[in-house]
Design a protein around this ligand. Structure first.
Ligand code: SF4
Length: 360
């Protein structure tokens, strides 16, 4: 017999799903995989090539580095310029160009910028360097925010007062709602993120779904999961009965993980957030609550940030809304490559431009 995981990679199962999709799909469909991890999986497994030509897969606003506003990237760089500061960040963020330079560029110029795998590493670095200010660049979705909250709670409890975060965390459902009201955006179905939904549960999408009635399926990251979601979206469209369905019940519960959300809401409160290309989305961000304001790097340093334009010619924002594909960007492959990225969609391994470049 097949192991549990093998079942989700079984070629004969995949073949059956692909056959069913071809057989049942008649309408021209634009389906958006909201999550960057799905984008990567879709490319790595060649899923785009085995679907009917009438089905287009679009990458959505679910790559945390990609949706980070230019102003926030500039803020991270500005923090790294402060005296006696150690900036800690996830790897992808290091190479995203701000309006001047990148965090990696700052590191090359002598700033103390360190890549960490977990926000808890940043707290450890703070403990080990009491004479320095240690700032964590907090860029994440519902999957990551509870962990960041837990790190803040730990720093508060252990009085690691030289630790702070620069927050650019974001919530998924408000972004989907914003997409649906953006002129020009046309989406016939959402492939909803697996990891994010483990925390949010199915319930978190209910209000977006009820308002816009877009076929929506939560799924996992194995080829079978993704193909299964595509088939479900085809069926919903063909039958004209949109639904919010969970194709990932082995990981995602209706109510998600209330405990993780409780930790998140203990430290953060919902606020507005700026998304690259999309702009300000109401109630789509997470701000530190008054009790934890001491851990806000934005308040700790005088950064004097000004509003800045996104890189000239970069279509990242439109790509994140499914308005364009990377090949429609004039800079794609010519000026912008993974070695010389202009925008974050080419930097992040989860970015649509990087996926097109590496597998397209
Ligand atoms: Fe931006 Fe580069 Fe993607 Fe064009 S190819 S949208 S410049 S990241």
């Amino acid at each position: 017999g097949l192991t549990y995981l093998e079942k989700f990679r079984d070629p004969s199962l995949a073949k059956n799903l692909v056959a069913a999709i071809h057989k049942e799909s008649r309408l021209t469909l634009r389906l958006m995989e909201v999550c960057g991890t799905h984008t990567m999986a879709i490319f790595r497994h060649g899923i785009r090539n085995i679907l009917p030509e009438t089905i287009t897969l679009l990458s959505g606003p679910g790559c945390p580095v990609c949706v980070t506003a230019q102003k926030d990237i500039d803020a991270f760089v500005a923090v790294s310029r402060q005296p006696d500061v150690i900036v800690t960040t996830f790897g992808d963020l290091m190479r995203v160009p701000g309006s001047g330079t990148t965090l990696a560029g700052q590191k090359g110029a002598g700033a103390d910028v360190r890549m960490v795998y977990s926000v808890f590493d940043a707290v450890t670095i703070a403990r080990q360097n009491p004479e320095k200010q240690v700032v964590f660049c907090a860029v994440g979705f519902e999957t990551t925010i509870p962990t960041i909250a837990a790190a803040v709670l730990m720093a508060a409890k252990e009085k690691v007062t030289n630790f702070s975060i620069y927050g650019a965390n974001k919530l998924t459902p408000p972004a989907l709602a914003a997409l649906m009201t953006t002129p020009g955006v046309s989406i016939d179905g959402f492939i909803l993120p697996g990891h994010v939904s483990v925390i949010t549960g199915v319930d978190a999408y209910r209000s977006v779904f009820e308002t816009h009635k877009v076929p929506s399926v939560i799924t996992g990251f194995e080829p079978i999961d993704i193909l299964h979601a595509v088939l479900m979206l085809v069926r919903q469209n063909e039958s004209r009965v949109p639904a919010l369905e969970n194709a990932y019940p082995r990981a995602v519960r209706e109510s998600g993980n209330p405990k993780a959300r409780e930790v998140m809401h203990q430290v953060f409160t919902v606020g507005d957030a700026a998304w690259r290309g999309i702009g300000l989305i109401k109630n789509s961000g997470m701000e530190l609550k008054p009790d934890f304001k001491a851990f806000d790097a934005g308040a700790r340093f005088e950064l004097n940030l000004t509003d800045v334009a996104e890189p000239k010619g970069c279509a990242c924002g439109e790509i994140l809304m499914g308005l364009k594909t990377p090949v429609a960007c004039a800079l794609y492959k010519k000026v912008c490559t993974p070695m010389t990225p202009v925008g974050p969609c080419m930097v992040s391994s989860e970015g649509a431009c990087a996926a097109y470049y590496n597998y397209g």
